[in-house]
Design a protein around this ligand. Structure first.
Ligand code: FES
Length: 314
């Protein structure tokens, strides 16, 4: 860890470099890394620096007192000169090719992947980029000066609502006026903000709306009401069948049975646990797979079966 910086109220950025000064594995805007914290906690954080900068990864973390403990662990324990274990970058929030205009909408700390996009787009003259940054107030907004250096004057808009979303950006109006060929929108932020953006962009052309959740939204149906009594998964390669009770995930059951599966966020956010299924009906509970992917894959950390039997391509 080379640097820890105050970026805004309860927000710190962390600059990670290779201990030997070597280049780091490359990434593209929108990518995130897994950060391994003490007690086996692993959290995903978006990279917010320029993808062209091979010498460092920069993440920014909002301390969330009501969260699962990852952000508090980062704020309290990560220090300059610490050795920190991180994964290679992965990206499920890529910039699409061929956009004529890009609208970035950030809710709070959701600005982090969008800042990296602003870096990447700053070097291109084929796509105009504008950023709408929604925050409670100026003190809660991070990277304001850096963003101003990346985005043309008049295209960087701060929306401070004082804690009342009704006084902030009218997302529905913004996106109603912008839907047109060649325009892509990218958004990231807290749950209510995500819902507002999803509703406002529901009629946009397929493939032009892109988002990333940094926190799993509340599940629509409580876990124990969905599949009473649980369901069975079958491992296609061996024919082994395992019962998934209501209080365990498919990933938990597979791991307990010694089936080698990988998980990371365990919240339906990162797709590390994505597995192909061959038959059965899935109740998708993640925030990462799109409609096409959902026809063939599920995230086994959160998604479940609606059918009695689900056959996994493992
Ligand atoms: S482990 Fe991240 S989506 Fe399942």
């Amino acid at each position: 860890m080379r640097q820890v910086r105050y970026e805004g109220r309860n927000i710190q950025s962390y600059e990670l470099v290779d201990p030997e000064g070597r280049d780091l594995p490359p990434f593209t805007a929108g990518a995130h890394i897994d950060v391994h914290l003490e007690n086996g906690i692993v959290r995903q954080y978006s990279l917010c620096n320029s993808p062209g900068d091979r010498r460092r990864y920069v993440i920014a973390v909002l301390r969330d007192e009501k969260g699962r403990g990852g952000s508090k662990a980062v704020h309290e324990h990560l220090k300059v000169q610490d050795r920190v274990r991180v994964s290679c970058p992965r990206n499920h929030f890529e910039l699409a090719e061929g956009a004529r205009k890009v609208i970035l909408i950030a809710g709070g700390i959701g600005v982090t992947p969008l800042k990296s996009m602003a870096h990447q787009l700053a070097g291109r003259d084929d796509a105009g980029c504008e950023l709408h940054y929604c925050a409670r107030d100026a003190q809660s907004a991070a990277f304001t000066e850096e963003l101003a250096s990346l985005i043309e004057p008049g295209r960087l808009h701060f929306h401070f609502d004082g804690g009342d979303p009704a006084k902030g950006l009218d997302i529905a109006q913004l996106l109603r006026n912008e839907a047109q060929d060649g325009t892509h929108v990218y958004y990231c932020g807290p749950a209510g903000f995500m819902r507002a953006c999803a509703d406002a962009s529901a009629d946009w052309p397929k493939g032009t709306v892109h988002c990333e959740h940094f926190k799993a939204p509340e599940r629509a149906v409580p876990r124990d009401e969905r599949t009473p009594g649980g369901f069975t998964v079958e491992i296609a390669s061996t024919g082994e069948r395992l019962r998934v009770p209501v209080d365990q995930s498919i990933a938990d059951v597979l791991k307990a049975a010694g089936v080698p599966v990988q998980t990371s966020c365990e919240a339906g956010l990162c797709a590390t646990c994505k597995v192909r299924y061959l038959s059965g009906e899935v109740e998708h509970q993640d925030c990462i797979l799109d409609g096409d992917d959902q026809q063939n894959f599920l995230t086994i950390c959160v998604s479940r079966a609606k059918s009695e039997l689900l056959v996994l391509d493992l």
